[in-house]
Design a protein around this ligand. Structure first.
Ligand code: TYD
Length: 209
């Protein structure tokens, strides 16, 4: 059986990757592919712990803050567990994986706070996806979209930090030049962005032919 395709979405908070992941999954399924949609932090035990940490830090109490090294290690541990328990078995079973965030998020987010080389080495064993779709939006546009949704804010969502993350994504690209990245302009309408993503999927992965 042909192995499934491993497709990752990356972008700033507010870039719209979650919506685009869902629409791409629906489209691939409508063309008869089997698709498993997932995200990092994952739904596994370490991923749940990370979400809790990201929210608790919003309380602002210094003694609740987990240090950035520990958070980076948790993201890497979650990734290793996610690969073994969820991603690899699905790919081996011929199912496509659409994953909201992966290694480049760690390089861009944790690499903005602590030693980038250390973060990169923690992640050096993680296999490259078949395609990384980087949904590019200006920091201000992403900020306006975050402000418009009323979910609970997380520690990385301040505009100043997101500007560092945007630069971090560029660094991530140069650190991992062999990763297959397609950059999509994410500033347009949801439909337009999705059309561009579908075009890239056909062009780069030869799916649906
Ligand atoms: P996010 O995709 O925003 O999840 P949700 O919208 O459901 O809260 O992910 C949560 C945050 O985690 C986001 O700000 C990016 C951050 N993150 C990292 O800092 N490093 C990583 O390796 C990953 C996967 C995510």
């Amino acid at each position: 059986m042909a192995r499934g395709k491993f497709i990752v979405f990356e972008g700033l908070d507010g870039a719209g990757t979650t919506t685009q992941c869902r629409l791409l999954s629906e489209w691939l399924r409508s063309h008869g592919r089997r698709v498993h949609e997932t995200a990092e932090p994952s739904e596994g035990p370490i991923g749940r712990m990370i979400r809790q940490v990201l929210r608790e830090e919003q309380l602002g109490a210094d003694d609740l803050r987990m240090n950035a090294q520990s958070i980076a290690a948790l993201f890497a541990a979650d990734r290793a567990d996610h690969l073994k328990s969820e991603i690899e078995p699905a790919l081996n079973d011929g199912v496509d994986i659409i994953c909201d965030r992966y290694v480049h998020s760690s390089l861009a987010y944790q690499g903005s706070e602590i030693d980038l080389e250390w973060v990169a080495s923690l992640n050096s064993v993680m296999p490259a996806p078949d395609l990384i779709i980087f949904v590019e939006v200006p920091v201000a546009v992403a900020g306006a979209r975050r402000a418009a949704r009323d979910d609970e804010a997380e520690i990385y969502e301040a505009d100043v930090f997101q500007a560092k993350v945007a630069a971090g994504y560029l660094t991530a690209r140069s650190m991992r030049p062999h990763d297959p990245v397609a950059t999509i302009d994410g500033a347009g309408s949801v439909e337009h962005v999705q059309d561009e993503i579908r075009r890239v999927i056909i062009e780069r992965l030869g799916l649906l032919e």
